[in-house]
Design a binder for this molecule. Structure first.
Ligand code: MOS
Length: 721
């Protein structure tokens, strides 16, 4: 038995000793160095690009612009962004810079210094265009259309019409109305974007880079360079954090282009500032919400208008918004719901995937509405949730039955019990201006791609030996972004093959040796990889019994299919299954400075089955810290489309002094009937309820509802005065 043990991480030693190679550590003899010239203006027409002077600088090997990209477009969901922005009238969309992080040129030189100096010699003539820097400005009548594909500056509207909201509100005895705003969030992973590209021994353009889905990177490179897939190879070394921030392309395509053109290995590493302007952020959101209930707490109606700021390109905005739309009324049964949502095009830094993928924003709205309702009813917030929570057989806002294995009630109960909710809070001796309070929030989020997107995950296993299995080799493309996925793969393989882990070799994250795993995202990888590894193990053991030596089997796992939302009603069976989480936060508010300190946080998370409990606890503690940063500290400031917080000295993330003194991780293990070995995805869940739980605790301490995130000390102090 290997599943359920807290085995040490297989990469732990290499990481703590520094021997693990991240993309920024890679080197090859004869390698050249690249730099990207970013537009650094939010909206402009490109009149001319002159690279002659730069190209003449000694040591410069090549300068590439949009005109050099054979098929100058990319996008994870929709091809709507140029790899590099070329001149107007070129083949590149329409020669328009739409955000500060647009790539204008790639400079390759003998040294990084020469590439930097050459970058300064590139002359670009721009004609600045009016900048749209907010949802309100983008939707204002007469606002210019920023992208040819998106009339009205709207990427993807969704509608939910479930029951009859007007009739529901007519029946309601208490109605809560609120307006909410949440801010952008920077992923702040340790390893900035970096990579090394070269031609491998089989003549393939090979890119070693940090990403979340090697085969998708391979496809995007092949698409932009018009190459057959098999001519491109992507390998992930140690990744150094991702959190959704590596779902979209950064250095992959331009590195591949440089190698294709120069034939020499090329290395790039972005500075932190380049990373911050060069990759997407969590979507800022704005919502107006109305919730109706009977006196006894029964929810009868909800109405929500929700907009997210997508920046100028889709990235994953339509998918993020789909998730937000489905979860913005929370994990509750509400018979009458109207939701209208849209992702809005602006000239801000693009928004995209970030741990939770739309659900943190959605649940901040839903759970704060619930806490306000509990307050208005004079009802215990846990009892209110228990009364209305989704359970097996419940009908969701999509008009379909919640996937079976719904454990929301059990998770709420587990959290309340672990936190001793309901027990009188001791009046701790605190100074008069320090107030304490406690808050509760719950949440749910889909596991896996949704809304009918095809899902698959592939594994290959080889068994070597004569009579006994002496050695097994597991081939898998799944990305270990730092979450411990590869250790989980090892444990699942050992369990499924019935052999000890030390007999197993892993061949990982290389498109030339594995089929596609799908991405390390959507809390899906352990769930999907388990399906693929368990399937491959059964297939290869059968061949082993049939005396095949070495035995080898591939298996493609396909979970149950989902369906897209009806455009008029939202009706669908959108998700394979969900993760469920609940949290209690105890905070201390300094009413003089507005500073909030989280003393204690209890997180109960149904993980189905903990493959490696220590790693699950690590995910909970990390998710809580990241959620706390988004809720209270991380303030991504932009003015006129220009980010002002492009360093960690101005964009503050939680440090050891800011994380709670105590995080109590409660692992609930209710088998997920959809998951192999009962596994349920969990990596995003711990982040989801942090903001609403902390905001409820601030309310308990001060009597103030903070409806805009982040609740910085400055904002809270202004409201306290
Ligand atoms: Mo994730 S936010 O689904 O990479």
């Amino acid at each position: 038995m290997s599943v359920g043990l807290s085995l040490p991480r297989i990469d732990a030693r290499a990481k703590v000793t520094g021997s693990a190679a991240y993309p920024g550590d890679l080197a090859m003899p004869g390698m050249a160095h690249a730099k990207v010239l970013f537009a650094r203006r939010p909206h402009a027409r490109v009149i001319a690009i002159d690279t002659r002077e730069a190209a003449n600088l000694p040591g410069v090997l090549g300068i590439f612009t949009g005109a050099d990209v054979p098929n100058n477009e990319y996008g994870l969901v929709l091809f709507d962004a140029p790899v590099m922005v070329g001149v107007a009238g070129g083949k590149v969309f329409d020669g328009v810079v739409r955000h500060v992080g647009e790539k204008m040129a790639l400079i390759v030189a003998e040294t990084e210094r020469i590439a930097e100096r050459a970058r300064e010699l590139i002359r670009i003539e721009y004609e600045d265009l009016p900048v749209i820097d907010s949802i309100e400005a983008a939707l204002a009548p007469g606002a210019p259309q920023l992208h040819p594909h998106y009339p009205g500056n709207v990427i993807h509207p969704y509608k939910i019409r479930h029951g009859d909201a007007a009739a529901g509100f007519a029946q309601a005895e208490v109605i809560i109305e609120g307006e909410y705003r949440t801010g952008a969030q920077e992923h702040a992973y340790l390893q900035p974007e970096a990579g090394l590209a070269y031609i491998d021994e089989q003549g393939r353009i090979t890119v070693q880079v940090a990403g979340q889905w090697a085969h998708e990177d391979q496809e995007q490179i092949a698409h932009a360079l018009r190459l057959p897939l098999e001519r491109v190879r992507v390998i992930y070394p140690a990744i150094g954090g991702a959190f959704g921030g590596r779902e979209d392309m950064s250095v992959q395509i331009v590195l591949a282009l440089a190698v294709q053109r120069l034939g020499r290995p090329v290395k790039i590493i972005w500075t932190r500032e380049e990373s911050i302007i060069g990759h997407h952020k969590r979507h800022p959101a704005w919502a107006r919400a109305k919730l109706g209930a009977l006196r006894d707490g029964t929810l009868v109606a909800a109405q929500i208008q929700l907009y997210t700021d997508a920046g100028p390109y889709n990235y994953t905005s339509n998918k993020v918004l789909g998730n937000a739309t489905v979860t913005c009324v929370g994990p509750y049964v509400i018979p009458n719901v109207t939701i209208d949502s849209a992702a809005v095009v602006t000239n801000n830094v693009p928004s995209g995937a970030f741990r939770g993928f739309g659900s943190p924003q959605a649940l901040f709205i839903a759970e704060t509405q619930m806490n306000k309702l509990a307050d208005a009813l004079g009802m215990d917030p846990v009892a209110l949730r228990r009364k209305n929570a989704l359970r097996d057989g419940s009908i969701t806002v999509n008009g379909s039955v919640i996937p079976d294995g719904c454990s929301m009630v059990e998770v709420i109960n587990a959290c309340a019990a672990a936190a001793d909710w309901g027990a009188a809070q001791e009046a701790l001796p605190v100074k008069g201006y320090i107030k304490r309070g406690r808050g509760f929030a719950a949440g749910h989020k889909n596991i896996g791609f949704s809304f009918g997107a095809p899902e698959r995950c592939e594994a290959t296993i080889e068994l070597h030996g004569a009579t006994q299995i002496e050695r097994a080799v597991v081939f898998h493309a799944g990305a270990d972004c730092g979450q411990g996925a590869h250790t989980a793969f090892l444990q699942i393989a050992a369990e499924a093959l019935g052999i000890p882990t030390d007999k197993i070799e892993l061949r990982l994250s290389d498109t030339s040796t594995s089929g596609s795993s799908g991405s390390a995202s959507a809390s899906r990888l352990t769930f999907m990889a388990a399906g693929s590894i368990v399937g491959a193990a059964a297939a290869v053991l059968k061949k082993w019994q049939e005396e095949e030596r070495p035995a080898r089997a591939d298996f493609v796992y396909r979970p149950r299919a989902t369906t897209a939302m009806d455009p008029e009603t939202g009706e669908s069976d959108p998700n394979i299954t969900y993760g469920y989480v609940a949290e209690v936060a105890d905070v201390e508010v300094d009413t003089e400075t507005g500073q909030v300190r989280v003393l204690n946080l209890v997180c109960a998370d149904d993980v189905g089955r903990a493959v490696n409990p220590q790693q699950v606890v690590g995910q909970i503690e990390g998710g809580v810290a990241q959620g706390l940063g988004w809720a209270t500290l991380e303030h991504f400031v932009s003015k006129g489309g220009r980010p002002l917080t492009t360093r960690f000295s101005t964009y503050l993330i939680p440090s050891v002094y800011d994380v709670p003194d105590n995080v109590d991780s409660v692992l609930v293990e209710i088998s997920d009937p959809h998951g192999a070995l009962g596994i349920r995805g969990m990596a995003e869940m711990p982040l989801l309820p942090v903001a609403p739980a902390v905001v409820a605790a601030i309310h308990a301490a001060t009597g103030l509802w903070m409806d805009e995130l982040p609740v910085t000390a400055e904002r809270l102090r202004a409201k306290l005065k």
